[in-house]
Design a protein around this ligand. Sequence first.
Ligand code: MG
Length: 225
Amino acid sequence: MVKIGSTNINPTKIVCLGRNYLDHIRETNAPIPTEPVFFVKTLNTLVTDNKPIIYPKILYESQSYKRVDHEVELAFVISQTCKNILVDNAFNYIQGYTIFLDLTARTMQKSDRNINLPWYRSKNFDTFGPIGPTIVPNSEINDPHNLTIQLKLNGQTKQFSNTKHMLFKIPQILEYLSKFVTLQRGDIIATGTPSGIGPIQPGDVIEASIEKIGTITHEVILEQK
Ligand code: MG
């Protein structure tokens, strides 16, 4: 159970899109996908209520894996169990929208990818999925594909875009994903990040905002042992 604002949800999975904004695809020199690219984050990543992001000591002390990046994303929450959804009624299966930070151990991800290992460990450190501040009901956002999305690091704007630049839109994402897996009430789907990703350090303060949803603010602190 996770409490996001005043709403309790009980997700069984967090499914994230990679490479879903053209400007971000260009900045990472990745090929433009012809189908949505999915990966999962595990529930231990979730952190709410502006609690701190724990910067893993194992990364901080590593010469080769030091870099951790911020990625601000629009996420939506599934309202009811569903499979094989069609584009035309996809919005019937969305409870609401929230802000998600897909924190990524970037150098570890690149290194693992180069030897054909999965993204699992670079994406799933504890607190690598801040979420909130609330779930805005589907009925209150007429067009989720026209929202300003931004991230500030220590007060400086690093990511600034609009959800209209998503390559695969939410109905397409739902139709495609639900061909493969049953989605459950409370499941979280993150829709990818725009350009401007960059490193974070212990001591930084991240503010991630999406129009009509609000802002989450998280301090980054070094893991203590
Ligand atoms: Mg991402």
